[in-house]
Write a protein that binds this ligand. Structure first.
Ligand code: 5CA
Ligand code: ZN
Length: 409
C-alpha cells in the first residue's frame, strides 16, 4: 500500500537529545539507544470511519518520537499497518450496504489526506492486513507445528501458556485481562479453548465473509494480533525500538503480539519500549468509532480550521494524559497559532538559541509538549513586550516548531 507524502523536516543548528520515554512493560522511563537507524512500528487504523481527534493524538505522539530521533541525526525506519479486514469493518460495510473493500479504500485515502494535512511523517512501509496474508499464514503454521497454537472447529488459536513472558507488557491481573479480552475483540467465553484468553490466529471462512486460501490452515482470514507481528517481523525484525499505539492497545493487542513474537522466534523482547498514548474523550467518554462520539479531522479541515491549529490542540496535552476534546481546546490552539505566526513574521526578536534547546530538552523528556509549547509562548511574549535585535531568530523559531513538532507557521 502506498503511504502519504512527507512534509519537509527543516534542519536545525546543533543536535538533539536521546529520547527518554515511558515504557509500559517496565512501568518506567527508558533511554532508548537506537543506533544509526531507529526502528518503530505504530499500529494503524481499522479503516471503517474517518480519522478522529483520538487517532490524530496517538499518531501525533509517534510523529514526535521520530522527529526527536531525526534531530539526533539518525535515520528512522517506520512501519505502520492498516487493518483492512476485521470484524468491525465487515460489520460496518454490511450495515451501510457498501462493499467492504471500497469502504476500507475510501477511509484509508481520507486518513492519508488527514495525515498529510497534519504534517505527520509517513511510514516507509504502509502495509494492509490483506496484502500481509501470504506472510501471516506460514507464521501461524509454524506456531501450530511447534505446539504454541491449536485448532478449534476449524479456527486456530494461540496458546498464551506457550509464552513464559505472557503478561509482561500489560501486567494486568487475570480478571482484568478477561474483561478486556471480551471488550476488545476476544472471545473468552467460547467453550473448548485451552485458556479463555487465547486469541484467534486464523478464523476459518464464514459464510458471506471474505476469505483467503490459508495453505494447511484452510480458507479463512487472519486474527488481529498476528497481523501486526507478521508485518513488524517482516520489515523491522525482533528487538525494534518502539511499538506504539493508544492505551486501549496495551491489552490484548500488544500483550498478545509480544507473546506471538516470543513464541515464534525464541527471542525477547519484541519491542524495546511499548509506548502508549492516552485516550481522547468527547462528552466524557472515550472517542470511539463504535460509540460514534467523534470529531473528525477531515470535518474540521472542511470547516476551514487551520491544520496547524489542529496539531497545536494535540500538542497542548501530554501524550500520556487522557483528555477531553472541547471547542475551547481548539480555540486556544487557534489563538496560539495566531500569536506564533505574528511573532515569526516580524523581522527580528530575542535570540532563539536557548529556546531550541528548551524544546529539545522537553521533547526528549518523555515528549513533554506542554513544556515545549510554554517555552515557545515565553519567547513570543518576550518578543512582543521587549523586542530584540536578532534577525535570524524568527526563522529559527519557525524552523524549530516545524522540525520538532510538525507545526508550519
Ligand atoms: N487497527 C488497530 C490497530 S492494529 C486499531 O486499533 N485501529 S483503530 O482505528 O481502532 O485505532 C487506531 C489507533 O488510534 C490505535 O493506536 C488506537 O489506540 C488509537 N485510538 C483510537 N481511539 C482513540 C482515542 N479516543 N484516543 C486516543 N487514541 C485512540
Ligand atoms: Zn496493531
Amino acid at each position: 500500500m502506498h503511504a502519504w507524502p512527507a512534509s519537509e523536516v527543516p534542519a536545525l543548528p546543533g543536535k538533539g537529545r536521546d529520547l527518554r520515554i515511558h515504557d509500559t512493560a517496565t512501568g518506567g522511563r527508558v533511554t532508548l539507544d537506537p543506533g544509526p537507524v531507529a526502528r518503530i512500528y505504530v499500529c494503524g487504523i481499522t479503516p471503517y470511519d474517518a480519522t478522529h481527534m483520538g487517532h490524530a493524538a496517538t499518531y501525533n505522539a509517534f510523529d514526535l518520537v521520530q522527529r526527536v530521533w531525526l534531530d539526533t541525526k539518525r535515520q528512522v525506519h517506520y512501519v505502520q499497518n492498516v487493518t483492512d479486514v476485521d470484524d468491525p469493518l465487515l460489520e460496518r460495510a454490511v450495515r451501510d450496504g457498501v462493499d467492504w473493500t471500497s469502504l476500507a479504500e475510501r477511509e484509508t485515502s481520507l486518513f492519508r489526506e488527514d495525515m498529510t494535512a497534519l504534517r505527520m511523517l509517513p511510514p516507509q512501509h504502509y502495509i494492509g492486513a490483506v496484502e500481509a496474508i501470504p506472510g501471516i499464514v506460514p507464521l501461524i503454521e509454524r506456531l501450530r507445528d511447534m505446539g504454541a497454537a491449536y485448532e478449534l472447529e476449524g479456527d486456530v488459536y494461540f496458546s498464551v501458556e506457550s509464552d513464559q513472558h505472557f503478561g509482561e507488557v500489560s501486567h494486568y491481573d487475570a480478571e482484568a485481562m478477561r474483561a478486556l479480552s471480551a471488550e476488545r475483540g476476544g472471545d473468552p467465553d467460547r467453550p473448548g479453548k485451552k485458556n479463555p484468553l487465547d486469541p484467534m490466529l486464523w478464523m476459518a471462512a464464514r459464510a458471506g465473509e471474505p476469505s483467503w486460501g490459508g495453505a494447511s490452515l484452510g480458507p479463512g482470514r487472519p486474527g488481529w494480533h498476528i497481523e501486526c507481528v507478521a508485518i513488524a517481523l517482516d520489515h523491522l525484525g525482533m528487538g525494534f525500538d518502539v511499538q506504539g499505539g493508544g492505551s486501549d492497545l496495551i491489552f490484548p493487542h500488544h500483550e498478545m503480539g509480544a507473546s506471538h513474537a516470543h513464541a515464534l522466534t525464541g527471542e525477547f523482547p519484541f519491542a524495546k519500549a511499548y509506548v502508549h498514548a492516552g485516550m481522547v474523550a468527547l462528552h466524557g467518554q472515550k472517542m470511539s468509532k463504535s460509540k460514534g462520539n467523534l470529531v473528525f479531522v477531515s470535518a474540521l479541515r472542511r470547516q476551514g480550521v487551520d491544520p496547524a491549529a489542529i496539531r497545536l490542540s494535540l500538542l497542548a496535552h501530554h501524550y500520556r494524559a487522557d483528555w477531553e476534546w472541547t471547542d475551547q481546546v481548539l480555540q486556544d490552539a487557534v489563538d496560539r497559532v495566531g500569536r506564533w505566526r505574528a511573532a515569526v513574521s516580524r523581522p527580528d526578536g530575542p535570540s532563539a538559541d536557548a529556546l531550541v534547546e528548551e524544546i529539545r530538552d522537553a521533547l526528549a523528556d518523555d515528549l513533554d509538549t506542554p513544556t515545549a509549547l510554554a517555552a515557545v509562548d515565553r519567547w513570543v511574549e518576550r518578543q512582543r513586550t521587549e523586542g530584540g535585535t536578532d534577525e535570524g531568530a524568527p526563522g529559527i523559531v519557525s524552523r524549530a516548531v516545524d522540525a520538532l513538532m510538525g507545526v508550519a507557521l
